[in-house]
Design a protein around this ligand. Structure first.
Ligand code: NAG
Ligand code: ZN
Length: 231
């Protein structure tokens, strides 16, 4: 009896510990598992804050395996606050330059930071990642998948923004982030596919048909089961 009680307590303790650990990613060492763990947190954060636009971002100190700051698409407040932009602003607010010189003496060591974002950064947010000097950028859904879900995108991939970085007499600047796309892609694709159903108008369907892309729609409708919005 007493043994059973102890066993039960232990099981409950382990279950609770797992839940907390799962939110912190601290227990992980494998890079792929760490990337997926933070992406899950970014996606959950996005869904809570702006379910119609589930763009969520985290900035993580990868040397400490610790979250530095959060961002979610905040287009109700400011249309330009994409998830990544919101996260950059959040970090700058939380860690201002101690000498009021963000250029020479920022409050965070940005070379130790990784940007996680549920959707591939648009050119505006990609530029900020380069200007800020984060070491890595990790995303789930690609720009192509986002516009194929029905929502407008600027069709300039982050790799092209990075490749455009020049220095001196037009030399390629190698001080740019490493890029990793497609992390937790299915979960992120599903979130955008479901959130953007309102943008899939008859014009969208006509254009997809002209583009021979109807199989893309079928594939997503089959794999993703969106909750119908309650009204
Ligand atoms: C930074 O983001 C966190 C999480 O959303 C929020 O609680 C906090 O108020 C933000 N801080 C600033 C200074 O914006
Ligand atoms: Zn953006």
């Amino acid at each position: 009896m007493r043994f059973a009680y102890l066993t039960l307590s232990l099981v409950i303790f382990i279950a609770i510990f797992d839940m907390i650990a799962a939110q912190s990613c601290h227990h992980l060492e494998d890079q792929k598992e760490i990337d997926e763990c933070y992406m899950k947190i970014a996606l959950d954060f996005a869904k809570i804050h702006n379910p119609q636009f589930p763009f969520g971002a985290l900035i993580v100190d990868h040397t400490k395996n610790e979250i530095s700051c959060f961002g979610a698409n905040s287009n109700k407040k400011n249309k330009l606050l994409h998830g990544e932009t919101a996260a950059f602003w959040n970090c700058t607010e939380l860690y201002p330059s101690p000498t009021n010189d963000d250029m020479a003496n920022p409050g965070l060591d940005w070379s130790k930071q990784t940007l996680f974002t549920t959707g591939e950064p648009c050119p505006m947010c990609a530029s900020q990642s380069i200007y800020r000097g984060v070491a890595r950028v990790v995303w789930g859904t690609s720009i192509t998948d986002i516009y194929k879900s029905g929502r407008q995108q600027l069709d300039i991939r982050m790799e092209n923004v990075v490749a455009s970085a020049k220095i001196g007499a037009g030399l390629k600047d190698d001080n740019v982030p490493e890029l990793v796309g497609g992390v937790l892609k299915d979960e992120c694709d599903e979130a955008f596919w479901c959130a953007f159903s309102v943008w899939r108008t008859p014009e969208y369907h006509d254009a997809m048909e002209k583009n021979n892309d109807l199989a893309y729609i079928q594939d997503r409708d089959q794999r993703f089961h969106c909750e119908t919005p309650s009204d």
